[in-house]
Design a protein around this ligand. Sequence first.
Ligand code: SAM
Length: 379
Amino acid sequence: MAEKENTTGRTARTIAMKGGGYYSQSTRGAKDVIDNASGMLVEAANAINPPGSDGPIVLADFGAADGGTSESALRRCIEQIRTRFPDNQIQVTYTDLPSNDFSVLFKNLLGVGPQTAHTYLTDIENVFVNACGIGFHRQLLPNTSLDIGFSATAMHYISEKPCPIENHVHMVGASGETLAAYAQQARQNWNDLLVARAKELRPGGRLVMLNFGIDEEGRYLGNTGGINMFDTFADIWEQMCNEGTISQAEFINTSFPQYYRTVEEFCAPFKDSDSPVYQAGLRLVSAKTGVVGCPYRRAFDEAGSAMSAREFAKSYVPTLRSWSEAVFLSGLHDARPADERHQIVDAFYQRYEDRVASDPNGHAMDYVHCYLAVEKAQP
Ligand SMILES: C[S@@+](CC[C@H](N)C(=O)[O-])C[C@H]1O[C@@H](n2cnc3c(N)ncnc32)[C@H](O)[C@@H]1O
């Protein structure tokens, strides 16, 4: 019996990226992260075993959103595979939650969406794509069918929130038993999803995972020395609660179903030879952390007096909104009409924009990732 997974229900509604192509258009930084790490996918293409007979080589992007951010990196990987195995067909499976906007993904790949007109699918022959709208904490592909599994900026999502966070909106602001409950949920999810990938992978297959996390200096997304983005979220939401725009229950009901693992937490299942992950055959090839600077901040700094603080705020806040809006919308009571919920959330992001515009110093959403390469041991 498959394990219960709440990422098909309410939790999924709090995870969805803003659809209609908004995600890729507003998330240049996520694309920078993937493009910078595309060499890891080329290495994976060089490492995999030759396919049996004339079978396809199978890639999967776990938590792909609208596919726009990974297209160039997957193209590099596919080109390298084609160099090694010119005659084999290549299949790419995109996975995400059922609530994901898959129609934009296919439009992007066909070059008719908001993304570039040329993609690997339009340009390279004998490549086939399909999609799976089921969460990655369970097995999604048949046993020993996958050659390269890729995932970027997705596996920090946990399958369910173990408890409310009373005084904040994210686990980075939690402590004590609340933080321990999130850590336990994340540990279980990490083990489950890795065991699932171990079953899917062929021997010699690779995983390339770029995951949000906490680095050796305690930095994480939007907290790299300037103003802490998650504290700002919590502060504005609390302000709206104190003013009576939202209720106390709604404040408490609002939290991200996410956990930022440390490098130790990412690596733990690979270091313990008794762990189910190790027993299933997964071995760590490399693990490192890295920071990719906020492109909106960089553009503002480079523009000097040519860009006003308001213009920066207007360019910057949509990237926060692309992945966080669903959390704030779903924290509000279901009894509120949809229009009212949207007005409250619009006001929330307007306040964030106003704060940035009134003093842009320290505002930046730098990306902090743990970059993992993993292989499935040969028998
Ligand atoms: C921040 S986006 C990253 C998208 C893309 N990989 C990138 O790097 O730009 C996170 C994605 O993970 C997806 N996601 C979250 N939990 C998931 C789960 N349990 N299974 C599959 N996808 C999930 C979300 O729906 C969303 O599309």
